[in-house]
Ligand binder design. Structure first.
Ligand SMILES: [Zn+2]
Length: 358
């Protein structure tokens, strides 16, 4: 479950790790920048139309639908048989790619309104030795509905089977580029996070929600990064935490929640414009329909929160308003909008290529 917060208090912790000092050029001047600050000055590339056309020719919605999405459209609340199957599906899909993803599980028990339960996050890292990571995240669990709704299953198509399928398809489409990147850019990589237990099991509260992301944010904060470091941890390694949620319904609009990452929402808007002009987007009538960096939207409780509260820079790709099918039994395959999903696939795929300067 994702619910709107009435509490708008947020804070940013300034993280300043004085570790390895590198020399960067900013505005033409040479200055010393600790590696933990390089993200603040990171410049993405801009691909040529030919390169975009070449890469996006491999983007295949039907393949994503059959290979990634359908296997996820099962009841998959924490510890359920469906959850086990989806975990296995994520691991085997990424494990079969040539890029060579490092796959890790974060399994833990947590107290819930139904007693102690086991949760499993999946962490896929392209190059674990890279200090800096662009993170793409989604939650794979579905909301638990007790059995009184005989015969009706909550499948959470937008919440969040589609976002997770988008990440798997992205890894497949960019497989060759990611393999090349891994061998040529040692300090910046891609990490995919698949959270368990985002949804409340009984009723949304600070203790009954975000089980997986709360656990992983704490664990990453307690894990030295690079290994052996004394004053930096894995959270310092996150350049940008991009969370995808509630995606798959028609006409989504993504506004800005965080001024410190608005420039990356602008980057997505510019990619949307470019792909529109290239004729790459289907049923996309105006140059810009999805990404609105100038549109301020209120805070939403979601898996980014435990990271945001620890100073991580967040780009939250969740539509405002939420899809009309949100947390209803109509959040199913039938109500998904294929052109929107494929358009967003393409935009996010180009975003990753350009962020990683591939
Ligand atoms: Zn939900």
């Amino acid at each position: 479950m994702v619910e709107r917060s009435r509490n708008s208090s947020m804070f940013f912790v300034c993280v300043v790790g004085i570790c390895v000092t590198l020399v960067s050029r900013i505005n033409g001047q040479t200055v010393n920048v600790p590696w933990t600050q390089e993200k603040l000055h990171h410049k993405a590339s801009t691909l040529s139309s030919d390169d975009i056309t070449r890469v996006l020719s491999r983007s295949d919605l039907e393949r994503m639908w059959e290979k990634d999405l359908r296997p996820m459209l099962v009841t998959r609340y924490p510890s359920s048989a469906g959850s086990q199957a989806v975990q296995q599906h994520i691991r085997s899909t990424l494990g079969a790619l040539t890029a060579g993803w490092d796959l890790e599980e974060d399994r833990f028990q947590s107290h819930t309104p139904y007693g102690p339960m086991t949760f499993t996050n999946i962490i896929a890292t392209l190059n674990p030795s890279a200090k800096r990571r662009l993170v793409l995240a989604c939650h794979y669990d579905s909301k638990y509905y007790p059995p009184q709704w005989h015969g009706r299953e909550f499948l959470g198509a937008t919440d969040s089977a589609v976002p997770c399928a988008m990440l798997l398809e992205l890894a497949r489409v960019l497989d060759q580029e990611l393999l090349t990147h891994k061998g040529s850019v040692p300090d910046l990589t891609l990490q995919l996070l698949f959270f368990d237990g985002e949804e409340a099991l009984f009723q949304w509260s600070s203790s009954d929600s975000l089980y997986g992301s709360r656990h992983l944010a704490q664990k990453m904060e307690n894990t030295a990064h690079p290994p052996g470091a004394t004053d930096t941890n894995q959270l310092h390694g996150i350049d940008l935490f991009v969370l995808l949620d509630l995606i798959g319904a028609p006409t989504p609009r993504f506004g800005s929640q965080f001024p410190n990452t608005a420039r990356w929402l602008s980057k997505l808007q510019s990619i949307e414009r470019r792909l529109h002009k290239m004729g790459q987007l289907e049923e996309h009538l105006n140059e810009v329909q999805y990404f609105w960096p100038g549109l301020q939207v209120g805070p939403v409780e979601d898996d980014h929160k435990p990271f945001l509260n620890r100073g991580v820079r967040v780009l939250h790709l969740i539509p405002s308003p939420f899809p009309s099918v949100w947390h209803t039994f109509d959040d199913n395959e039938h109500n998904l909008d294929r052109p929107t999903i494929q358009n967003l696939n393409k935009i996010v795929q180009v975003f990753v290529l350009e962020y990683l300067r591939m």
